[in-house]
Design a binder for this molecule. Structure first.
Ligand code: 13P
Ligand code: SF4
Length: 305
């Protein structure tokens, strides 16, 4: 079967089996072409509540499928590739978040959406890269505990001098691999290019950027900008999508190490097999998780708008 034939079958099967396919912006082009919606973590989480189909397939990583399940408990939610996890989400667990709540009783516990559902049970509000600043500014409390991305937390902290932050202590192994030295070399090599980076990058890299934003924020900025050349400081798939959507512009990846094996592990064949019932994993969460971990997600949507 060719890629095109498989895509045609996927389009036919998803209608027949009443599936909506959500594709995170880091997925490959062939998957995005058969997705009903493409977006960043925040956009997909908000959309999940509104889709009419009975079955939802997440092409992304596990915490995204868990979030969709919590937002749409009455639906069958599938992760297209069960091994697609997010290493950052595994860096803290429920016990760690619970201990922070006990240690900082008068702080608001803010969790990046890149956390497990078990961790979310002990947090007050979730944020994504595109919603974090707005949400944290909207929190009434001026004492914030932020987990688990030190780089995103530091970026927000620098823009909220009115609040006190305690940040613990994880990172995205993919974005951490892009260094300040690489950013300087690339800016020197392509002096006309704008540097667009994800806030999961190191603060030294973020400090050199012309724009800092989520995956779809970066794509939108590049698409709408008058500039013709860009250095992209996020997962390499975004360069491929931008080359496709803006053939008249030039894109360079900030570092050849910007490659997330987890996001890349989902293939078009996984999508096809999930529709056939031969693959994927249905998200099943305990009733405690469903009732407790949804609270910070609902709060994210309330404060994020
Ligand atoms: P977005 O919030 O930009 O979708 O990012 C999710 C992610 O995992 C980035 O590495
Ligand atoms: Fe997780 Fe980083 Fe991969 Fe995003 S790029 S899914 S934060 S490991």
């Amino acid at each position: 079967m060719t890629i095109r034939e498989m895509q045609d079958e996927i389009v036919r099967l998803k209608k027949e089996k009443d599936f909506c396919i959500l594709g995170h912006a880091y997925q490959s082009q062939d998957i995005l072409e058969v997705s009903d919606f493409v977006g960043d973590s925040y956009g997909l989480a908000k959309l999940a509540k509104t889709v009419p189909e009975k079955n939802i397939m997440m092409c992304g990583v596990r915490f995204m499928a868990e979030t969709v399940k919590m937002l749409s408990p009455e639906k069958n939610v599938y992760l297209a590739n069960p091994v697609a996890g997010c290493p950052m989400a595994e860096q803290v667990d429920g016990e760690f978040a619970k201990a922070l709540r006990e240690k900082y009783p008068d702080y608001t516990i803010v969790a990046y959406i890149n956390t497990t559902s078990e961790t979310k049970r002990y947090c007050d509000v979730c944020v994504t890269s595109s919603s974090a600043l707005k949400i944290i500014k909207n929190i009434q409390n001026d004492k914030i505990v932020f987990i688990p991305d030190l780089n995103l937390g530091t970026w927000i902290k620098n823009q909220c001098p009115e609040k006190h932050f305690e940040i613990f202590h994880g990172c995205c192994p993919t974005h951490m691999r892009a260094t300040e030295e690489e950013a300087k070399i690339m800016k020197e090599k392509y002096p006309d290019a704008l540097l667009l980076v994800h806030p999961e990058c190191r603060p030294e890299v973020v400090a050199l950027a012309d724009y800092v934003g989520s995956t779809t924020g970066i794509m939108k900025y590049a698409e709408e900008s008058d500039a013709k050349e860009f250095i992209i400081g996020t997962e390499g798939s975004i360069v491929e999508h931008l080359e496709f959507s803006c053939p008249d512009k030039k894109f360079h990846i900030l570092s050849k190490e910007l490659y997330c094996h987890n996001m890349r592990s989902t293939t078009l064949a996984d999508v096809y097999n999930t529709l056939l019932g031969n693959g994927g994993e249905e998200m099943v969460l305990s009733s405690e998780v469903m009732t407790e971990a949804i609270m910070p997600i609902d709060e994210m949507i309330r404060l994020g708008g």
